[in-house]
Design a protein around this ligand. Sequence first.
Ligand code: SAM
Length: 251
Amino acid sequence: KLSNRLQLVLEQIPTGSKLADIGSDHALLPVAALRSGKAVSAIAGEVNPGPYEAARRGVAEAGLGKQIEVRRGDGLEVLEPGEADCISIAGMGGALIAAILDRGKSLGKLAGVKLLALQPNVGEDILRRWLLNNHWVLTAEHILEEDGKIYEILTAVPEGEAAGITNEQLYHERQLAGGNLVCSKELLLQMGPWLLQAPNAVFTAKWQSEIAKLEGILASLSRSELESAEEKRSRITAQITTISEVLECTP
Ligand code: SAM
């Protein structure tokens, strides 16, 4: 059975897609996408030998060798331009996902791609910034908790193909519902424009634990006499205040 995390990534994929799943490991996502009709064909990309073999085994055991091709290579290098119209990248850091997309873009591999379904483990802000700077519009954000870990899933489409939403609107400074706090573009990039609009209990838990982490850093800094520590202290205090203000506005 698919984890709730991968199930939610699967749900982002439009029915009938030509999917490329990069960093596929056991090829669980492409197999589930084929079985559910979300994908009509798929390419599972893997750079490392162990996971590559695991993907080949997973596809063979599912009897989907005709529909899913497993390819070994770095990031989007495994794709020919136009081969996939939907790309999923899950279970890596946001910086690595952004680097894979960036390199893929310069190689022309994003041509014809209509949707990105991304699940960064950390560094969501880095990924949001890459999407914004490269003319992709977030159409949805999800957050879930599974086995004690919190995951975010970001779905994006090319600018101009997002029905009724632009990046300008998405990252426009705005007042949070239920409070007087004005969200800056930086805060929207950090916490997620859609997540901030409809925060749930997992979102609150994530940012409460972020506050706890920052308070830990603050406590260790307050033992330091260095002048640079003072600067850091005020920066972290400001971060804690902002996050607390956001949480006060959320139900
Ligand atoms: N996508 C699966 C999931 O979400 O359950 C597997 C996630 S696993 C933690 C990350 C996988 O990405 C590893 O199997 C690793 O080999 C692969 N990987 C890391 N960097 C990669 C790259 N540049 N290109 C392709 N695969 C990569």
